[in-house]
Design a protein around this ligand. Structure first.
Ligand code: 9YT
Length: 131
């Protein structure tokens, strides 16, 4: 049984900060659940290019409003209560109109240190060199 609180985790190495977002990764690969589970905050007014070539991601919006723009120009409005799943490793840009609070699930699980590369990709765990 694993029990963690957001309050504790956000003051630990589980919290990762990037330019447009921060994310508290409550479950990681080391927990051996088969997925990772994150509470992510996306800063208001930001646009983030993402392309999870190596992962599937499901996202549930708890708070805030956003528009997701796909490469073919299609747009989806995201608001509290909306789930989106990148079931085709879909390349997209997330435009946060206000601060977003999201639940994000990744398969395969992240190891914990990943941030987007220049193409919006997270490397596979096997490709990450750690000291
Ligand atoms: C929605 C999204 O993928 N945001 C980027 C952060 C990611 N959820 C993470 O690494 O926790």
């Amino acid at each position: 049984m694993i029990v963690r609180t957001l309050e504790k985790a956000q003051n630990s190495a589980r919290k990762i900060q990037a330019k447009n977002w921060e994310s508290v990764r409550l479950l990681l690969r080391s927990d051996q659940m088969g997925f990772s589970f994150h509470i992510t905050t996306i800063y208001a007014g930001t646009s983030t290019h993402m392309h999870y070539r190596n992962h599937l991601e499901a996202v549930y919006c708890l708070q805030g409003n956003a528009v997701i723009e796909m490469v073919d120009g299609k747009q989806y409005e995201i608001s509290p209560g909306t789930l989106y799943a990148l079931d085709k490793h879909d390349e997209h840009v997330l435009h946060a109109q206000s601060e977003l609070t999201l639940i994000c699930i990744f398969d395969p699980a992240l190891i914990g240190t990943e941030t987007h590369d220049e193409n919006g990709v997270y490397p596979l765990e096997a490709d990450i060199v750690q000291d």
